[in-house]
Design a protein around this ligand. Structure first.
Ligand code: SFD
Ligand code: AMP
Length: 641
């Protein structure tokens, strides 16, 4: 089978893996610096860049804008916000580095044609303190166009519909990557002096709420399958915050966003009995202080209060859209003005969904929802891995030198901004960890940071790492094996899904999801787990890993599905191991350790890191200190008062 594939060799200076927000930022910035140094930049995306990644459907807000030029906030304000939202555990140097650059990224977006809402004075319309409203249906198209222009003008190139599987190594330095086309029989070998990993986070590691006819509908885009985590793990990089999954609360079943409702429309959510858990359960927040007492209340604690209602049988929870809209409309003036305002708000509510979650607008239409008349259900989604949002999982990367204190420098700095612990391998967006709340704009800004840093690395380490041809042949054979397995055994059974000699990727995924759901704190387990469950999960994941050798693919598309699920499996294992390692509960609205139900600041006010050792095929768990770059903020500053 492997012999039916043409091998395409691509040699470049900088290789960018992914074509999402971070990769696009990296490509634009790196192209600028590469041109000055006569270097070549190559970008590889598994999909078509115009609509790839989390922003494919568009977005309705830019969730990170600091407003430094307007003098609205400081970088430290943002760092304080993120630290408290993540219950005290963040890399302040990384968050600050992104925060100080994000505004210029937003200004670039506007220059490239992204419509950002403006008020009557010409200022940006804020959704909340850090969020700007946009007409974002074509957001990704605008960003991709600027990326392609920058790449081609600088003599670079991009490949679309090439799925990256494994890293190539030259000792302790990354040497590039391998992948295959999902449309043609082509196997790719990329050899590069530096590699930027920006292949997003992961979904469908846990059993989703949407099954059967709804399968595939999730909040996070189904095409991000943990490629970043797999790639960095397999290269031997140290990973961080693998336990910090993200669970967003969303409009139920179609996963429409809630931010505009809570922040812009000031809506409240109430349970089936009409009670507001944010009011009725406020005393619970005391247990999670100091983090429980800050404003805004951390995302996971907002989740947790709602989850407590659900566990007590007080569901469903409703977003009181009709109440919120009518309240704003009636404050607009007399009856005529109120009516006009109501129409305007109605349009904004629909646009919020049409901009980024079209299926939610379709579901509203299909179920006769008029948001100005009727509430809609909201629910906690299944867990996702998205370090750029309110989660934190990703690779452990070096911070910038100028933001370090003498103490943090020893722990957080090793030469190049946002470079992983593997030489020449840089990470951005969901691929880099412990720097939450970068969202789309901050991921692009982080991409620009690594784009510049990676070119600097190349200029200072200007040699092409060697690749071992025998090893590449072995990897090629391994990558193509599922096609061979299918051909060899497809006639052994009548049902193509049931075969004693192989497992197809969808069945493999179901098995993974069942393990994670039941033992690692998925929806069915009400996000709760404990040591015996986690150990059982690791045992079962071990069997699944053995069975991954027998994955079968009937075509190229299924071959991609096979590797997506192997990548999910590795993300799952890193997650289960790290939850097991951290013996406390710190983010109760993301997951709970039933055997360690409280927060343990004494022993666990630190990062839980892990590393898979490629030479020994062993996992290592590591504690890293949580150190402040800024003087620790005073409690009263953080109380919003
Ligand atoms: O409000 C391979 N996000 C939001 N951010 C905002 O700023 N505003 C919003 O309104 C946001 N909303 C939102 C958001 C996310 C999602 C899923 C929804 C709604 C439904 C967050 C941002 O979207 C997110 O932070 C960034 O997109 C992260 O950027 P990055 O680059 O880390 O990930 P990506 O954009 O998904 O791109 C990943 C790329 O990798 C490619 N890829 N390529 C080659 N080989 C492989 N094996 C690959 N695997 C993946 C992908 O094709 C893609 O190009 S709100 O609701 O929160
Ligand atoms: P979401 O639509 O939930 O992704 O929210 C968009 C943005 O608003 C993110 O920056 C969230 O952290 C923030 N956000 C959403 N809901 C709230 C809330 N109730 N309080 C404070 N911030 C929120």
């Amino acid at each position: 089978m492997a012999q039916n594939f043409e091998t395409v060799n691509v040699t470049t200076d900088l290789l960018i893996l992914g074509g999402g927000m971070a990769a696009c930022g990296a490509a634009v910035e790196a192209s600028y610096w590469a041109k000055k140094h006569g270097l070549k930049v190559t970008l590889v995306d598994k999909a078509a860049m115009d609509r790839s990644g989390a922003v494919a459907m568009g977005l309705s807000a830019l969730n990170q804008y600091v407003g430094l030029t307007e003098g609205k906030n400081t970088v430290k304000d943002y760092v304080d916000y993120v630290r408290m939202d993540l219950m005290g555990i963040i890399r302040e140097d990384l968050v600050a580095n992104i925060a100080r650059h994000v505004d210029s990224t937003v200004h670039l977006f506007e220059k490239w044609g992204l419509p950002i809402w403006k008020d009557e004075k010409g200022g940006y319309v804020h959704e909340g303190r850090w969020q700007l409203m946009i007409n974002g249906e074509s957001y990704k198209v605008v960003i991709a166009e600027a990326t392609k222009n920058a790449l081609t003008e600088a003599g670079g190139e991009y490949f679309e519909r090439v799925f990256i599987t494994e890293p190539l190594m030259d000792g302790d330095r990354v040497a590039g990557a391998i992948g295959f086309s999902v449309r043609e029989n082509k196997f790719y070998i990329f050899n590069a002096k530096a590699t930027i990993v920006a292949m997003g986070g992961a979904v469908h590691v846990f059993k989703p709420r949407s099954t059967g006819e709804g399968l595939g509908r999730a909040w996070y885009p189904p095409w991000n399958s943990g490629s970043s985590a797999y790639f960095t793990l397999r290269a031997g990089a140290e990973m961080t915050s693998q336990e910090i999954r993200f669970i967003p609360v969303r409009f139920k079943d179609a996963y429409g966003p809630v931010g505009a409702w809570f922040l812009l429309f000031k809506s409240q959510a109430t349970n089936a009995m009409g009670g507001n858990y944010m009011v009725e359960r406020v005393s619970e927040l005391e247990k999670w202080k100091p983090y429980g007492l800050v404003k805004p209340i951390p995302a996971n604690l907002r989740n947790w209060l709602g989850m407590m209602d659900i566990m007590e049988g007080k569901g469903p929870i409703y977003m009181r859209t009709e109440e919120a809209i009518n309240k704003i409309a009636s404050a607009a003036g007399d009856e005529k003005e109120a009516k006009k305002k109501l129409k305007e708000l109605e349009a904004e509510a629909w646009e919020d969904f049409l901009d980024m979650t079209i299926s939610q607008a379709i579901l509203w239409a299909a179920t006769n929802v008029e948001p100005e008349k009727k509430s809609s259900e909201i629910a906690a989604a299944e867990p996702y891995f998205i370090g750029s949002h309110s989660g934190a999982s990703g690779a452990w990367v070096s911070g910038p030198e100028d933001l370090q204190t003498s103490e943090t420098k020893k722990e957080y700095f090793w030469g190049y901004s946002h470079m992983a612990t593997v030489k020449g391998m840089f990470c951005a967006g969901d691929a880099s960890g412990a720097s939450s709340h970068k969202f789309s704009s901050g991921s692009h800004a982080e991409g620009r940071i690594v784009g510049k840093a990676a070119v600097k690395y190349i200029v200072e380490n200007n040699s092409l790492p060697k690749i071992d041809n025998a090893k590449v042949e072995e990897l090629k054979k391994r990558a193509m094996k599922p096609l061979e397995t299918f051909e060899q055994f497809k006639n052994v059974s009548t049902d193509p899904d049931i075969n004693p000699n192989y497992i197809r990727p969808k069945m493999f995924m179901f098995r993974l999801q069942k393990i994670m759901d039941e033992y690692v704190g998925g929806v069915s387990a009400q996000f709760s787990t404990n040591k015996p469950s986690l150990n059982r999960a690791l045992e079962l994941l071990g069997y699944l890993k053995e069975d991954s050798e027998n994955l079968a693919a009937k075509d190229l598309h299924e071959l991609m599905r096979c590797w997506e699920n192997v990548q999910r499996l590795w993300q799952a294992e890193a997650h289960a191991r790290t939850i097991l390692f951290r013996e406390e509960t710190r983010w109760p609205g993301y997951y709970r350790r039933a055997d360690f139900p409280t927060m343990d600041e004494k022993n666990w006010h630190c990062f839980a890191n892990c590393r898979w050792n490629p030479d020994k095929n062993e996992w290592e768990m590591i504690k890293r200190p949580m150190l402040h770059v800024y003087p620790k903020a005073q409690e009263h500053e953080l109380l919003g008062g």
